[in-house]
Design a protein around this ligand. Structure first.
Ligand code: PGA
Length: 253
């Protein structure tokens, strides 16, 4: 089965209720490529509201979760609560979580395990910093981030259809400096090779590997032509009308 193109919008900590409604209403009114899986991830406080307002065919994701089911963890949201709220997806390991909130590799891996246990689908973010890229460590870093998750969750192949990998070079996020199509393809291809040897050939073929980092309506079409690039995780541009063009970029592939 060919991999279904996948485009997610990560609103981060942006938007008030009226803004979120405007974005959702615009998506609801737009023609979206039926062959692309579409997801939006509003701030946690708006998840249920967006779930109820968004049209069928657009999925909703939490931006983070904790690794416990419940308990004295003030300010956190559990995968159990996310699942119970009818939110089928969660983003885990976003670089802002890793760098600003102490989500080190082992924490990310525990969150992935906990989310899988509750039946959630996951966008697992990986990616290198500028210093790591300049030191020639990109592939090593990404593989290490994947290794940590593999060690924690065990038989990845059984759940591979529930894990979308988002390659998001940290230096490209929110900076306007997008990775070139060739830079993205290199890491995506390497990630697929890692999956083939550590998870299984079939899983490698089936897993969506999406790109994130300054994706815009201008650069998405060229990126989408890359053979191992199966979609996008979009930050800033997902708050704007051009998000629809990014969702539909696969049509132009
Ligand atoms: P950006 O963010 O599109 O604003 O660079 C991407 C992301 O953080 O997922």
């Amino acid at each position: 089965m060919p991999r279904k193109f996948f485009v997610g919008g990560n609103f981060k900590m942006n938007g008030l209720l009226a803004d979120i409604d405007r974005i959702v209403d615009h998506l609801n009114a737009s023609h979206l490529d039926p062959n692309t899986e579409v997801l939006i991830s509003p701030p946690a406080i708006y998840l249920l509201h967006v779930r109820d307002r968004v049209k069928k065919g657009i999925e909703v994701a939490a931006q983070n979760c904790y690794s416990e089911k419940q308990g004295a963890f003030t300010g956190e949201i559990s995968p159990l609560q996310i699942a119970d709220s009818g939110i089928p997806w969660v983003i885990i390991g976003h670089s802002e979580r890793r760098t600003l909130f102490g989500d080190i590799d082992s924490v990310v891996a525990e969150k992935v395990r906990a989310a899988l246990e509750e039946g959630l689908n996951i966008i697992l973010c990986v990616g290198e910093t500028l210093a790591q890229r300049e030191a020639g460590e990109t592939l090593k870093i990404v593989e290490h981030q994947l290794d940590c998750v593999k060690r924690e969750i065990g038989p990845w192949a059984e759940v591979c259809h529930r894990i979308v990998i988002a390659y998001e070079p940290v230096w490209a996020i929110g900076t306007g400096k997008v990775a070139s199509a060739a830079q993205a393809q290199e890491v995506h291809a390497d990630t697929r090779t890692w999956l083939a040897s550590h998870v299984g050939k079939e899983a490698a073929e089936d897993t969506r590997i999406i790109y994130g980092g300054s994706v815009s309506a201008k650069n998405c079409v060229e990126l989408a032509t890359q053979p191992d690039l199966d979609g996008f995780l979009v930050g800033g541009a997902s708050l704007k009308p051009e998000f629809v063009d990014i969702i539909n970029s696969h049509l132009k592939k």
